[in-house]
Design a protein around this ligand. Structure first.
Ligand SMILES: Cc1ncc(COP(=O)(O)O)c(C=O)c1O
Length: 428
């Protein structure tokens, strides 16, 4: 018996005939999401409108260049779409310029370095093991190979960023660019303080807001725009758009950034994704996106509190944003096993280094947990409290099948109460 997935206004039925294997991958992935709780801090669920736009005829077009300055003909509609994306992003963030073409966050960072710096220039950024990103100077990444990074981390006691220490490092290393941004830091960034340091040492200030872009757009996190030369972000995390990225900043850097993106680093833009970015930005401009972002934070706080009430060790004892770092060293296992056992009961997280971790990045001492996806799915603080309890129970009773079965049952109930993409029906 074949399986049928009915998606209104979608062409998925054709995939079943063209490629049953990939069709099954899509069905299985939808079902995996429906049967579990997505707590990976960098993931989210886009709207059907964003999904449909990505799966549209706009994927067929080539449009190297920028609106009204293209190397290919037939771009009159693509120009409208890219201009809408740019204007909506400008409205959302209040930036002087926006480039919506970067294919991904890593490319956006590379393009920004290319635009502002010479190869080998000094950069000051947060280290990966304290919450930074690979593109912030890790040796295995282009960033660490092409530029001369000095890294800063968090305070050994508080696990918070200490602006005095960052200032000292800036004075010592005389960077040409200071980077503010993270993949795993549960507190807010003080962009004004970064700007004062950047001015003192004559450096550019760049923010990588990949994780917190949605919170910033909703004014639920301090605003980097007044202070930064250049800001990069992915569009698929808290911003809840398609997989991709963008760069924004001060007008004086617009030409250099545009040249660094195309022809510097990329070829033709992904027009279907840019159009989907425009749709997501339109959604983020609506009042309910502010409610959503507030709820993301409320949910993260409730989950952190519940983890701690149940004996969990939360780095910095809480969160001000969408993510939590859980120190699992007390459970006598590494992050690899913890991620695996949580996965097996239907709680999706990722293993993560915690500051001053003594274990390897492949099996670190932490789990990163985020609330953007489950908040989109409709879960509130009551469910978050329950999930905190379930996470701790799972980690404590890893070998007790009866307890794990009861956790699975609770998760099944939560999932049934909050169906994922409920309009999409699978007939068997
Ligand atoms: C802070 C930060 N910058 C950049 C990136 C890279 O984004 P992408 O995976 O789209 O290349 C990420 C992704 O996790 C990130 O967290």
């Amino acid at each position: 018996m074949g399986q049928y997935i009915l998606m209104k206004d979608s062409f998925l039925a054709d995939v079943e005939h063209a490629d049953p294997q990939i069709y099954n991958v899509m069905i299985n992935e939808l079902n995996r999401g429906r049967k579990g709780l997505e707590l990976i801090a960098s993931e989210n669920y886009v709207s059907k409108a964003v999904l449909q736009t990505m799966g549209s005829v706009l994927t067929n077009k080539y449009s190297e260049g920028y609106p009204h300055k293209r190397y290919y003909g037939g771009n009159e509609y693509i120009d409208i779409s890219e201009t809408l994306a740019i204007n909506r992003a400008k409205e959302l963030f209040g930036a002087e310029f926006v480039n919506v073409q970067p294919h991904a966050g890593s490319q956006a960072n590379m393009e920004s370095y290319f635009a502002l710096l010479e190869l080998g220039d000094p950069i000051l950024a947060m280290s990966l093991d304290h919450g930074g990103h690979l593109t912030h100077g890790h040796g295995v990444n282009f960033s660490g190979k092409f530029y001369n990074f000095t890294s800063y981390g968090v305070d050994p006691e508080t696990k918070l960023l200490d602006m005095d220490v960052i200032r000292k490092k800036a004075i010592e290393s005389q960077p040409k660019l200071i980077l503010a941004g993270f993949s795993a830091y549960p507190r807010e960034l003080d962009f004004k303080a970064y700007k004062e340091i950047a001015d003192e040492v004559g450096a550019y200030l760049m923010a990588d807001i990949a994780h917190i872009a949605g919170l910033i757009a909703a004014k639920e996190h301090p605003d980097p725009v007044p202070y930064c030369d250049v800001i990069t972000t992915t569009t698929h995390k808290t911003l809840r758009g398609p997989r991709g990225a963008m760069i924004m900043g001060k007008e004086e850097h617009e030409t250099a950034i545009n040249r660094a993106v195309f022809p510097g680093m990329q070829g033709g833009p992904m027009d279907h994704v840019i159009a989907a970015k425009a749709v997501a930005f339109q959604e983020a401009l609506q009042p309910d996106f502010k409610d959503y972002s507030k709820q993301v934070k409320r949910n993260a706080k409730a989950l952190a509190e519940s983890l701690m009430e149940n004996g969990g060790k939360v780095v910095t004892n809480g969160t001000d944003n969408h993510l939590i770092l859980l120190d699992i060293s007390q459970y006598n296992m590494g992050g690899k096993k913890a991620e695996h056992v949580l996965d097996s009961v239907g709680i999706f997280t990722n293993k993560n280094m915690i500051p001053f971790d003594t274990r390897s990045p492949f099996d670190p001492s932490g789990i990163r947990i985020g609330t953007p996806a489950l908040t989109t799915r409709g879960l509130g603080t009551n469910e978050m409290r329950e999930i905190g309890e379930l996470i701790v129970k799972t980690l404590l009773f890893i070998d007790d099948d009866t307890t794990l079965d009861s956790v699975k049952y609770s998760i099944h109930n939560i999932c049934s109460n909050y169906p994922l993409y409920p309009d999409y029906t699978i007939l068997r």
